[in-house]
Design a protein. Structure first.
Length: 354
């Protein structure tokens, strides 16, 4: 990981990404609405960094990650990887781009074919995208197994013969087969035992340093995201409500939802845990098929204002690299900008009088 990833070139640029799933009802299956799983998301991922994407279940994290790789057909918006827009790419163009972008799935048992050996699973991308000889493929498969810490003698075994952590290592080896530059890690530790989670995360970090990888790390485990991510984006009901460098977000969260989310993280020190004040959000998460008018969070926000129920807040930069979508900060920015403009106008007037 790098100290200041924002100084590096952008690898992934996402602008106003929307992923809506149609709702059909009635005898004629008419289109009656949409589930707005991802609704106008904008962010960048810099080369060599890890961007953490967090939020509660159902907020659209995994859908966003899959949309970035065009595993879903995007409803609207642009996704640029190395300057190439994959949102509008044809099937042939997308196939040519596949080696540069890969995914590690949440459940290693469901994402590995039980009828294929480890060698066949890891070698499948090589069959599809390379013209290596059988000997060269086998050498590459052994090299990948070494990289993820699996014994070469396991190459002819089947997924059911491995533990959860070993199966996830097989999935990681498959993702690395074509030397990708960008990997979406979709909750890669959620299905694993706690004792194994740290091993997999440490492996991902080691591989990042070794191969210069760039990650989008999707998780609901805020403690693990704090360990691995350079910057963190917080998602709520299909929108990113806050994005900031890791320490800035964990030490001084600005959005009320981020504050509530972080207050729920258990504290290992019993003394600090006893004095920690929890922010309890009332009510349920609204349906993405019928989000509230104005700010998506207005129905549960403890700091809600009148404007929140009428107008969707703009996602704006309030400090260097710190973005937030909240009217409380947007109003402060507008007031500051107005005062600065008035100050400059007064200076120009005084100079003209002189």
């Amino acid at each position: 990981m790098f100290d200041d990833p924002a100084t590096r070139p952008k690898l992934v640029e996402v602008r106003d990404l929307k992923m809506h799933f149609p709702i059909h009802a009635g005898l004629l299956r008419r289109h009656v609405g949409d589930v707005k799983a991802v609704d106008g998301v904008t962010f960048d991922i810099y080369r060599g960094e890890t961007l953490g994407l967090v939020g509660e279940s159902g907020c659209g994290k995994s859908t966003c990650g899959r949309a970035l790789l065009r595993l879903y057909e995007v409803t609207d918006g642009t996704i640029s990887i190395e300057g190439r827009n994959i949102a509008d790419a044809s099937a042939d163009e997308l196939r040519a781009m596949r080696p540069a972008m890969q995914m590690v799935f949440q459940d290693p048992q469901a994402s590995l074919n039980p009828r294929m050996t480890v060698a066949a699973i890891v070698g499948e991308p090589l069959n599809e995208h390379t013209r290596l000889s059988k000997k060269e493929k086998l050498a590459r498969i052994y090299e990948l197994l070494d990289a993820v810490g699996l014994n070469r003698n396991f190459a002819n075994r089947y997924p059911h013969e491995f533990s959860g952590g070993q199966r996830q290592r097989i999935g990681i080896a498959r993702a690395l087969a074509l030397n990708p530059k960008f990997i979406v890690c979709d909750e890669p530790i959620a299905a694993l035992d706690v004792s194994i989670q740290a091993q997999v995360v440490n492996l991902l970090e080691d591989l990042q340093k070794q191969f210069g990888l760039t990650y989008l790390f999707i998780s609901h485990d805020l403690s693990m995201v704090r360990h691995i991510a350079d910057r963190v984006a917080v998602m709520y009901l299909g929108k990113i409500v806050e994005l900031a460098p890791r320490e800035a977000l964990y030490h001084a969260p600005l959005h009320p939802y981020t504050q509530a989310l972080l207050s729920a993280v258990p504290e290992p020190d019993p003394t600090i845990e006893a004095t920690t004040e929890r922010i309890i959000l009332e009510g349920d998460v609204p349906s993405p098929a019928n989000p509230p008018r104005g700010c998506n969070f207005c129905t549960r926000c403890p700091q809600v204002m009148d404007i929140c129920t009428r107008q969707d807040p703009e996602f704006r930069e309030v400090a260097t690299g710190h973005f937030v979508a909240c009217h409380r900060f947007n109003d402060a920015i507008d007031e500051f900008a107005s005062s600065m403009a008035a100050h400059e106008e007064n200076e120009l007037t005084q100079q003209g009088d002189q």
